[in-house]
Design a protein around this ligand. Structure first.
Ligand SMILES: [Zn+2]
Length: 121
């Protein structure tokens, strides 16, 4: 006895088919899919919006320096003038022989402005 099942359609995952080129296409498609799937997910979504960054005009930059001599906790009085901070460092070295290395830092407050995209009229 035979049941009247219709012949099952060709399955794409069957690899015993001599016709066509399923094996080739699988070989070509597989690495691409793998690459996309295994790629690191760290991704930046960059929109087409321009930004610019400037120093906050209502603030002043700050320069600081601290002595790197072991055990010395001296630090210059921070301010916007790097030359003034440098003078403090030189004075500190003049008063403390061997205190000649300083960690200098500069920081300010930045503002990012979003530049609205010009849309076509
Ligand atoms: Zn010092």
């Amino acid at each position: 006895m035979q049941h009247a099942h219709p012949p099952s359609p060709a399955r794409p995952e069957g690899n015993a088919r001599p016709e066509g080129r399923p094996a080739e296409s699988r070989l070509l498609a597989h690495p691409v899919r793998q690459c996309g799937r295994d790629a690191p997910m760290t991704r930046s979504v960059i929109r087409h919006t321009e930004h610019r960054i400037i120093r906050d005009p209502e603030t002043a930059p700050n320069v600081a320096a601290s002595c790197l001599h072991p055990g010395c906790g001296w630090a210059a009085r921070p301010g916007p003038d790097v030359a003034e901070v440098d003078r403090q460092c030189m004075t500190h070295t003049g008063l403390n022989s061997g205190h000649s290395r300083f960690l200098r830092g500069f920081w300010d407050i930045a503002l990012v402005h979003r530049i609205e995209a010009v849309t076509e009229a």
